[in-house]
Write a protein that binds this ligand. Structure first.
Ligand SMILES: [Zn+2]
Length: 327
């Protein structure tokens, strides 16, 4: 099994990962943004400058690796990631895979699957990206991203999970997921494990969106990594407040789950298309939605709740390494 990790500038050893943000985005565009380019053209230079500034800031806080969780239907752009990584020296790991049905671009494979089984086509695509690179860039994704809908894993999504599972088993590359509005975390873990994926190679995402202890434990108990990766994102897309999240996360750490927990923000550095019209009253809710939040606010809050430096290191550095290394 290959224990080298694919970054956008080439393979690295697990020990080189350092402090890792496991679920962020350099840029993002919902499918359909392309159609609005007459009004809001693609500005490569602005994206690169924004990304460089962001990663320089994170580098000064000790971040060594930034995992970009953008699936290939979210305007993923490996060449831009490579340029930003080269300019800053921060490792960037990009994703292969497709987003959940509701907000991805399912039409292409759904149409193809109306004519016959396309499981092998999806498998072939993810495999080729990981082993040879995206298009002709030579840039190989280091994670497989899949997602499910609110309260259901649809047939389309199941097809993606199954292809992801096959590719995971053949390459060793870990799977990271999107859960919608705090649902289907335990079911995603179950599905992937039933397809033969080692739980130590699975990270269930957006688990910070559901604070029910039973929901948390039924995911953790399956041995997967559980990612609290929407920190700072409050009151939107079904997210609770950080003040409500802290006691739950501290409780989970006290229950002994520090070695399965990850922290990130699902931050989007640059939105493709027109600027977002975020309502005035929502702005204070997302004032801390930025990857520096971990260092400025989250770690201090956890420490105040009795979490040790060693446990924090486990969460921000050791767990990402173990997920990628399959330790
Ligand atoms: Zn995300």
């Amino acid at each position: 099994m290959n224990v080298n990790i694919n970054t956008v500038t080439g393979p690295i050893a697990p020990d080189e990962l350092g402090i890792t943000l496991m679920h962020e985005h350099i840029l993002y565009g919902y499918p359909g943004w392309e159609g609005d380019q007459t009004i809001a053209p693609f500005d490569r230079e602005a994206i690169v400058n924004t990304g460089v500034e962001l990663l320089e800031q994170l580098k000064s806080l000790g971040v060594k690796t930034y995992v970009d969780a953008t699936a290939l239907d979210g305007a993923r752009n490996p060449e831009i990631y490579r340029e930003i990584s080269e300019k800053t020296g921060v490792h960037i790991i990009c994703s292969t895979g497709y987003y959940y049905e509701g907000e991805g671009s399912p039409t292409y494979f759904k149409f193809r699957s109306s004519l016959g089984d396309v499981s092998d086509e999806i498998y072939e695509l993810f495999m080729k990206e990981i082993t040879e690179g995206v298009r002709d860039t030579g840039i190989k994704p280091g994670v497989i991203k899949v997602g499910s809908s609110k309260g259901v894993i649809t047939d389309y999504e199941k097809m993606m999970f199954q292809a992801a599972a096959r590719v995971q088993k053949d390459t060793g590359v870990p799977i990271i997921t999107h859960t919608q509005e705090g649902t289907m975390g335990p079911e995603q873990a179950e599905l992937l494990i039933s397809e033969g994926v080692d739980p130590a190679r699975i990270q269930i995402g957006h688990m910070s969106d559901n604070l029910d202890m039973e929901y948390q434990l039924s995911t953790f108990k399956q041995g997967v990594y559980v990612s609290w990766d929407r920190m700072g994102l409050q009151g939107l897309v079904g997210c609770p407040m950080d003040e409500q999240r802290y006691p739950v996360i501290i409780d989970l750490i006290k229950k002994g789950y520090a070695d399965k927990l990850m922290l990130s923000h699902d931050y989007i550095g640059y939105w493709l298309g027109r600027p977002l019209n975020i309502p005035e009253e929502a702005l204070p809710l997302i004032a801390n939605w930025h990857p520096t939040h971990l260092f400025k606010n989250i770690i201090p809050a956890l420490k105040q709740g009795g979490v040790t430096d060693e446990q924090i290191k486990t969460i921000v550095e050791d767990n990402p390494r173990r997920l990628f290394a399959g330790e």
